[in-house]
Design a protein around this ligand. Sequence first.
Ligand code: FAD
Length: 524
Amino acid sequence: MAAPSSPTLSSSQLATLAALGEERTANVGDVLYRVGDATYPFVAILEGEVAILDETGNEIIRHGASGFLGELNLMSGQTVFVTAVVTEPLRYIAVERDALRSLLFDDVALSDLLLTTFIARREALQTVHGIGLEIVGPRSSEATMRMLDFARSNRLPFTWREESPAGGEPVPLVRLPGGLELRGPTTGQVSRALGIGRELARREEADLVVVGAGPAGLGAAVYGASEGLSTLVVESTALGGQAGTSRRIENYLGFPAGISGSELTSRAVTQARKFGARLASPYRALSLEPGSGSHIVRLEEDHEIVARTVILATGAQYRRLPVDGLSDYEGLTVFYAAGPPEAELCGASRVGVVGGGNSAGQAAVWLARGGALVTLLHRRADLRETMSDYLVRELERYGVAVRDRSQIAALHGKDGRLEAVTLEDGERLSFSFLFLFLGAEPCTDWLDAAVARAADGFILTGSAADAENLLETSVPGIFAAGDARSGSTKRCATAVGEGAMAVQFVHARLAANAAAEPAVSQPR
Ligand SMILES: Cc1cc2nc3c(=O)[nH]c(=O)nc-3n(C[C@H](O)[C@H](O)[C@H](O)COP(=O)(O)OP(=O)(O)OC[C@H]3O[C@@H](n4cnc5c(N)ncnc54)[C@H](O)[C@@H]3O)c2cc1C
């Protein structure tokens, strides 16, 4: 396992924590918390040493004076994945989770240090075999694959045993830290058993319900809640959306060195909670019933939300290559967009662009003009069937090699650095970077005919939907933001911006509704 980082707290940070928590002592052999515990306090070490062990007692790391214990579950409230045992007489400050969370809202430097360390520790734990959940089920079981996807997108440490549980039991079998076994559970049941996420009542009400917690939904949550709207966000899979899965976002304003998608979205989640937005996950929205003054969003497991306004931010899913290990490369050497940073990165390198549409053609030309040696791979016999003629000519002009009837079967490389690909016919091609333009599908099927959608399923807004403003759908009071919106720029910053902008339209709609309500007669 990559060693988790062990940064230390400054004396002024220890003093801040001491003012908020309680000073305690512990003897060698004492257990501060163990695998399966529901919760644990934040521990800042004044003197002594603590070892962190996995469920079978293997040591992962030790922390000494000025160090601190804890990882991402201190923020999310998840079940404890490791055991902490005192190895040298200990004097420490214990700060309860709620108190720590409020401190982090105010203390920027401490919040930076702790969040970055917690995220790095979680990433390290995800690489340790035997930590966290055990999921048992065969590859052929859809429920098993959905559970694995849920664990991956929520960055939960897990081990998958690819076998059928004995005796025809429902699959998957999910063993939680501490030993509790769930047979054929929903992702919601696992999530709540781990203590993650808010549990919704059968019926909830809100000024604003946001469906989807990617950058657009989180942007809407931060602005909605900070501007006084009772804001409820429902997310079917993992808070953070597509952006949360990106290894490195290089083009987000304010982060010149780039930032990992998980860090960016964890910070956004913390910020949304700070302003009082309620984030509920995993709850999939199944249908939307528009009304005149309020709308009903129905969720799985029979929950419903009555909302005065709705922001649809369910994003899109980029079609990915069906090859093993793809996620190891995504964001590092495999990309879904080609902009100036990628062109600079790829100069004088061998680059593969996959796709037969105009977006693939434009990217190939752009990268070739930046000095890359570009090969465009597509699966049809003739590129002209799917790409505009002018672009085909541009490909020739800039020396892009075109390979017809070519599909990738495997990727080769190390530590996220791509070295080569193998095509389905067995040929091996050397590439340092790969760009995938296989199209994106909006996550909007669940809307059915509730709001107008384009032929390709993306949600129509503004003049295309005969609506009053840019982000309103065909139904007044229901808005769309981010990748799910027809014509949007599929980027993180645009999604956040649209989420924030939609909140302004929400205010305008609520004000218009209030003005239209019949005046209540005043007693004489
Ligand atoms: C690997 C990768 C790398 C990327 N790198 C960059 C980059 O470097 N720079 C950049 O600008 N952009 C990047 N992008 C694109 C960027 O992530 C997206 O444009 C952005 O995430 C869109 O935000 P969104 O909120 O509109 O949608 P999403 O991020 O797709 O979020 C939508 C959310 O809605 C949820 N949802 C869907 N259906 C339902 C439902 N029925 N009920 C409840 N919830 C639902 C989904 O689970 C998801 O969490 C990358 C994308 C990928 C996949």
